[in-house]
Design a protein around this ligand. Structure first.
Ligand code: PSU
Ligand code: MN
Length: 303
């Protein structure tokens, strides 16, 4: 045990000790990213997907002021249904210990904790990044800072489409974060398959990704590596349509003065309403698909 605030599920602890494949999963998408009951379904199916690939899943969250590595059904229910779950990044994580709160960890907080206990792989839907209108609102997700200083192999469908994807993509390069993808030449656009931003390398199979990650490990590269995986075919939406809905959602957020950590959950939920839950279906499918890919790469990496 790392310290008194961290409780590791014995199966996960054994796997880390014995260098077996483990994939960390975050919990903010359960509490703030998806509505009930889809959130519970996605949390459980992501765990199942990781396990089907032969890796061990470790969903991370904070229950009653304690970090739990490997949330059980009961913990997931708490984060999925309680109304007072905090969304924690690095600036506010310690407060949830102090106040003995239930809290969900963002990408930033999850990879920080996972790397401290020796986990190397992580899957999510879309990372945070540079927000639209950054010139005025100065809103840049702490996910980027944490990705720049923590080595984690991160599978995602790019950054969430509600962000300024061009600035986010550039910022990743600035921070020395490799941007590779599985079967695409471009960074995905989260709810849509492709942006116009060309990745550093398009890998066509899992073996090659694993070999590449071993080089990164040997180099003791300091940052994370982003492994992009686009939304499954049948669930991807049109970029033009998504952009129209985003403009409407952003206007509404501005008129209601929604900022800071409330902004991302607000925009996602607006998009779900405007799209008649088409964005929700895409989001659900891509999260589970990313968990599966992370499981497969991790399995290969440790074999
Ligand atoms: N991926 C999803 N849905 C989400 C998130 C990721 O499909 O809700 C969460 C992650 O936890 C990420 C957070 O860290 O959104 C970003 O929030 P912010 O923009 O406030 O940093
Ligand atoms: Mn923010």
């Amino acid at each position: 045990m790392l310290n008194k605030y961290i409780k590791i599920n014995p199966k996960v602890e054994d796997a880390i000790k014995n260098k077996k494949p483990v994939v960390a999963l975050e919990s903010t998408l359960i509490s703030h990213g998806l509505p009930y009951p889809e959130n519970i379904k996605v949390a459980n199916e992501s765990i199942k997907a990781v396990e089907e690939s032969g890796s061990i899943a470790a969903t991370i969250g904070i229950i009653n002021g304690e970090i739990k590595i490997g949330l059980d059904n009961n913990d997931i229910d708490i984060l999925a249904t309680s109304t007072n779950v905090q969304k924690v990044s690095l600036h506010n994580i310690a407060l949830s210990f102090l106040n003995k709160q239930n809290a969900a960890t963002t990408v930033a907080a999850t990879i920080n904790i996972a790397s401290k206990i020796g986990i190397s792989f992580f899957a999510t839907g879309g990372i945070g990044g540079v927000h639209l209108g950054v010139e005025k609102n100065n809103d840049v997700s702490a996910d980027l800072t944490e990705l720049s200083r923590t080595r984690m192999f991160v599978v995602s469908s790019g950054a969430k489409s509600i962000l300024d994807l061009e600035k986010t993509f550039e910022m990743l390069e600035t921070y020395g974060i490799p941007r590779i993808s599985f079967n695409s030449d471009f960074m995905p656009g989260f709810w849509y398959e492709e942006t116009e931003f060309k990745v550093d390398k398009n890998f066509k199979n899992i073996d090659d990704i694993s070999n590449y990650l071993k080089i990164i490990e040997n180099l003791k590269h300091k940052s994370s590596v982003l492994i992009f995986n686009k939304v499954p075919d049948s669930k991807g939406l049109e970029k033009i349509q998504i952009e129209k809905w985003i403009n409407q959602s952003v206007d509404k957020a501005n008129s209601k003065n929604i900022t800071g950590k409330e902004l991302t959950p607000f925009l996602i939920s607006e998009m779900n309403q405007l799209s008649n839950n088409k964005t929700l279906e895409a989001n659900t499918a891509l999260i589970i698909n990313n968990a599966l890919l992370a499981g497969k790469i991790s399995k290969e990496f440790y074999s």
